[in-house]
Write a new protein. Structure first.
Length: 271
């Protein structure tokens, strides 16, 4: 992006259509990644991303530059993701205890495990990584995604969540502890002694429809299963969970939502 983001925002606020489109294109993948990590479901994340982008466009005049533009966008996004009825109604309400038991259901023995170069191992790895966060309540999940996965500055993350810095730090610390404890106990990539491993889990996941029978386009740029396993093996235990959670690729929106959003906000004149 040749122009500074502040320059593009200013032009968009003045009603310049090209700047507004450029702005939406600049943020749509960031918003989609946040939405997907918050809701876990690609279809719901796509819908949520569109709704958030519409809110960003319609509220753009209220941005006064008191924070970074991206921080303001995340504030609009998290407010929607934490309050929208359609999002809250579809939260599965998972717990770490239930998820741990579910991972053990139907585990194959080593002789029936999937080949370790199987492309679907990566599909399972990423989807399991994302599902794990659904075991956190929404507020702690939001703090974890912003701080641990998107690596936002703590002050900016607190602004995005509209909470005091101390509250944000407490939520992030608690969420880290819960995810770390679960991963160290249940994930074979983090702990070779853990009962569940992707090769042993894949046959049951395919049979039950937990993942499709072909890899998702959305996950095509995620690091490979083999690469992630090698990184995990060489990473200090305290950091391996973060590495695993970040190794999902860009999780970019599969559609260009800019045209859709701008058409909804500014429908063409029927005359």
């Amino acid at each position: 992006m040749g122009q500074s983001i502040n320059s593009i925002v200013a032009k968009a606020q003045q009603g310049e259509a090209a700047a507004l489109e450029q702005l939406v294109l600049h943020i749509q993948d960031r918003v989609h990644r946040l939405a997907l990590r918050m809701v876990g479901d690609p279809s719901l994340a796509q819908d949520a991303t569109q709704e958030i982008l519409i809110r960003v466009v319609t509220k753009l005049s209220t941005f006064k530059g008191d924070s970074k533009f991206e921080t303001w966008v995340y504030r609009v996004a998290t407010n929607y993701l934490l309050t929208a009825k359609k999002v809250m109604a579809r939260d599965p309400g998972l717990t770490f205890e239930f998820f741990a038991q579910d991972l053990l259901d139907g585990l194959a023995d080593d002789s029936a495990a999937a080949p370790e170069d199987h492309v679907m191992l990566n599909e399972l790895r990423v989807r399991c990584t994302m599902a794990m966060l659904l075991c956190l309540d929404a507020n702690h999940r939001a703090a974890y995604v912003l701080g641990e996965i998107l690596e936002m500055d703590h002050r900016e993350a607190a602004i995005a969540l509209d909470v005091p810095s101390a509250t944000y730090r407490q939520r992030l610390s608690r969420a880290r502890s819960k995810v770390l404890t679960f991963t160290a106990k249940s994930c074979g990539l983090a702990n070779s002694d853990a009962p569940c491993s992707c090769p042993r889990r894949l046959p049951a996941a395919l049979a039950s429809g937990r993942i499709g029978d072909s890899p998702s386009v959305m996950l095509q740029d995620a690091p490979s299963y083999r690469d992630v396993r090698q990184v995990a093996a060489k990473t200090e235990a305290a950091l391996v969970v973060q590495k695993l959670q970040q190794a999902t690729g860009a999780l970019a929106a599969t559609d260009n939502l800019a045209a859709k959003v701008l058409q909804i906000v500014n429908p063409p004149d029927p005359n």
